[in-house]
Design a protein around this ligand. Structure first.
Ligand code: ZN
Length: 172
């Protein structure tokens, strides 16, 4: 399957992100604001360091974008496919889950009316020994929920990982 084509703007963005990864770029910028090896970090210079970290974080999003697009294309291509065995479905679900986690993504739960960011897996369920794709996520009230998908690979849409409330410290 060919990878999706990227408009020229994306390539230019990629070039800028890669250029910004060169340490000379941020060293000069820090030097100009007086952040030397021996200097203490003041409130003012901390803001600048924070800005550099934000830029790197944004750059990471830009670098991830071509992978995200390619993966979405592949998932579209695989939608509705059936599999020989439970094991092969489980392997595919695991492989999809591994890459979406690395990209900081989830799949939208395909159950009608749900769409919550979910983790995909496949397990035998009820009288389906061949297994069904299942989607684990928190419900809107925060409870763990599993929604059953289909025996064939459902159409999957990539979505961002929701912020984990437990990991966000309360403002002090
Ligand atoms: Zn759901």
């Amino acid at each position: 399957m060919p990878l999706p084509e990227h408009p020229q703007a994306d390539n230019e963005q990629l070039r800028q992100v890669l250029a910004a990864l060169q340490p000379e770029q941020w060293r000069q910028s820090l030097d100009r604001s007086g952040v030397h090896t021996a200097a203490r970090i003041t409130e003012e210079t901390r803001v600048q360091i924070g800005q550099l970290l934000k830029d790197l974080s944004r750059g990471l999003d830009v670098l991830n974008l071509p992978f995200r697009k390619a993966l979405q294309e592949l998932l579209n291509y695989l939608a509705g496919k059936s599999f020989d065995s439970l094991e092969s479905k489980q392997a595919v679900a695991k492989e999809i889950q591994e890459i979406i986690s690395r990209l900081g993504l989830r799949v939208a739960c395909p159950k009608e009316g749900c769409g919550l960011p979910a983790i995909i897996r496949c397990a035998a369920a009820g009288n389906s020994k061949q297994g069904v794709f299942q989607f684990d996520h928190s419900s809107s009230s925060g409870r763990r929920t599993t929604h059953m998908g289909s025996s064939t690979l459902p159409r999957l849409t990539l979505v961002p990982i929701p912020p984990d409330r437990r990991r966000i410290p309360t403002a002090s």
